[in-house]
Design a protein around this ligand. Structure first.
Ligand SMILES: [Zn+2]
Length: 399
């Protein structure tokens, strides 16, 4: 297991994950690119596997190492990477990610889970002083003075199956909102995954708006959304009724006690559902700490029972813990490498793809045999150790 190399991951991505066609032809928009697109796309992914936070760092590291150890055939500078990502096809990259998810499902990667979930959630990334891209959001101080620009996006992940895979991102523009960007993302996801791919979509309270719920309903995906104070009428009704009624289920797991309330309510004014099912979940720890949350859904009880619904609702945390936290803390997801619209979108999606390839590689997805699961840090160490110095020189200098 310590023999992992960039070449080995490339071979795995090409053969086992069938990413060869995209790796060879990723949608190159350059007019007269000297360095082949397949080298630059692999170099970008290699820089992500090595967790290098800049195009300059990627170019320098890969140029110093031997061709054999990096599987990159040409040397290049950070300018070449920027020029390439400014023009690379976002559409082809997104289709590659969704195809990978469909292949994982067809290969029974999620078969041990009773339900396949999708989660959509928003996060903030990279601040810059200058406004240079279509998604720059101005940041003001309390007296209205412009301090700079930040960026926000919504992302989509497979959850609830023990193998969280991030699949797509959608930036939030200045005249936009999280739940409107979320609708664009959800429409694209269902179009490219197909109806019936997932059993439910789980989202935080910010998405629990009638327009977002209506889009999910029209797309045929059942939805579970956190019930918070932004729907005061339903929240109040549920609190009052659950206060009077005993829990419908009570069980112990480990040292914790769980109580569930699960009842049907009328929809609020703007929601076109015939009814809303609300689940309250209460976890009491031995020291008396209580964790409590409410969720709303349009799924019938015979489709998903109370305990399964509570588990599905909690799967939303995977997009934060296994998605955003991993991406930001380990892969520099929040760092803007090149402040240009297409390049940023490519970088975010490439990071998502690199994390997925690494995750599938570490668990030896589609590899026959009894390989143990490799720790993320062990793979990272192995990849750095596998880099050999380049013993000959190209005429072109890095950077
Ligand atoms: Zn910007």
């Amino acid at each position: 297991m310590t023999q992992a190399t960039l070449g080995g991951i490339k071979h795995y991505a090409r053969k086992s994950l069938r990413l060869g066609a995209w790796l060879d032809s990723p949608g190159d928009g350059r007019v007269a690119g000297v360095i082949p697109a397949r080298d630059l796309v692999w170099a970008s992914l290699a820089g992500l596997f090595l967790r290098i936070g800049s195009a300059l760092g990627t170019a320098r590291t890969l140029t110093k190492a031997s061709q054999r150890s990096t599987a990159v055939m040409h040397t290049f500078g950070d300018d070449a990477l920027h020029y390439f990502t400014e023009r690379m096809s976002v559409d082809a990259l997104r289709r590659t990610l969704y195809a990978l998810a469909r292949r994982a499902k067809r290969s029974k990667a999620f078969d041990h889970a009773a339900h396949i979930g999708l989660a959509i959630d928003g996060t903030g990334v990279g601040r810059r002083t200058e406004c240079r891209c279509p998604w720059c959001l101005p940041v003001h101080n309390s007296s209205g003075e412009l301090l700079g620009h930040t960026h926000k996006l919504v992302a989509l992940s497979i959850v609830g199956v023990g193998l969280p895979l991030l699949l797509d991102v959608e930036p939030i523009g200045p005249a936009d909102s999280e739940y409107v960007a979320g609708q664009r993302l959800l429409r694209r996801a269902i179009e490219l995954l197909g109806r019936g791919f997932a059993d439910y979509l789980v989202v935080d309270g910010g998405f629990a708006t009638a327009p977002f719920l209506h889009v999910a309903t029209a797309l045929g995906i059942p939805i579970i959304a956190r019930l918070k104070a932004n729907i005061p009428s339903l929240l109040q009704q549920a609190e009052q009724r659950f206060h009077l009624h005993p829990p419908c289920d009570r069980f112990e797991e480990g040292k914790d006690t769980f109580e569930l309330w699960d009842e049907i309510f009328p929809p609020w004014e703007t929601l076109d559902w015939t009814s809303v099912r609300v689940l309250r979940y209460r976890q009491t720890k031995p020291d008396g700490t209580v964790i409590e949350a409410m969720w709303l859904t349009n799924m019938a009880k015979h489709t998903m029972g109370s305990r399964s619904l509570a588990r599905a609702a909690k799967a939303r945390w995977e997009i934060e813990n296994e998605g955003f936290n991993v991406a930001k803390n380990q892969y520099h997801f929040a760092v803007i490498r090149h402040h240009q619209g297409n390049s940023m979108l490519v970088q975010w999606l490439m990071t998502v793809l690199a994390i997925d390839i690494e995750r599938l590689y570490r668990i030896r997805f589609l590899h026959r045999g009894t390989h143990p699961i490799m720790e993320s840090i062990a793979l990272w160490n192995a990849l750095w150790s596998s880099l050999e110095p380049r013993s000959w020189h190209w005429s072109r200098a890095p950077g």
